[in-house]
Design a protein around this ligand. Sequence first.
Ligand SMILES: [Mg+2]
Length: 309
Amino acid sequence: MHRDLDISTSRILIVDDARENVRILASILKDVASVSFSLGGQDALVKASSTLPDLILLDIEMPDMNGHEVITRIKDDPRTAPIPVIFVTSHADVEDEETGLRLGAIDYITKPFNPSIVRARVRNQLMLRAYAKQLEDLNIELERLATTDSLTGLANRRAFRERVTLELRRLDRYGGEACLMMMDLDHFKAVNDSYGHDAGDAVLRAVAQRVSGQLRETDTFGRLGGEEFAVLAAGTPVEQGAMVAHRLLSSVREQPVIWNGLEIAVTTSIGMTALRAGDGSIDAALARADQALYASKDGGRNRVEVLAA
Ligand SMILES: [Mg+2]
């Protein structure tokens, strides 16, 4: 998952009330990244929050709002707070520098500018920023992988259980109705045995797609493992849930799954129960749905069984 860091697409916002300083900095940095500018503090705040640059070079002395005030506001806004700020100052005043660092500045550049030093400092900060962003992306990806079934893209067992737990809490608090369905492919082992696991995977993906196509946005569909799926239908009374379950059954068996030119007939069995306030843990409800699923299998498969109570 490693990607090389490229800072050439980074965006820098230069903030300085003196056009001459903006011009010099922009020409020093034009080959490092893309550059925009503000000639005052107010405008800088607007541009920072609307464009979210990767780095801000900030002058301290400006007539409309000084740099210390600007950085304080940038750091107060959670959207702009992560943007690194380098102060641009003409006087290498120790006290001033300390104030800036305390307010969240990450580095200093002093006037008159030494082009190679300016480029080096800016590159350093852009690299750090790019690393931080990459880490953020990685964490989002890891979170997705941790909650998604990689074969079907559905919620995995963990994510599905979490979702049902939340729904149960909602029912306990606000009342309402919800249905829980366990769905199991019939004679799935025979598919793997006859055609191999690639065929089995194709069948699982096809079932996931067909059932997803029947569900509403408020429903949660998960693969609990193997050929076992589950549906949480929020805000759904039992009678309506049973109708949904029959629709899911038809959508799966309507057409065979085509794999490598072969037609593989697929049916499922569904066990359904109401998720109720007072169920305590989701395991009680899952056990009822499981019991209904067994009844459905015992009753000949390719059918829906409801265990309401
Ligand atoms: Mg100034």
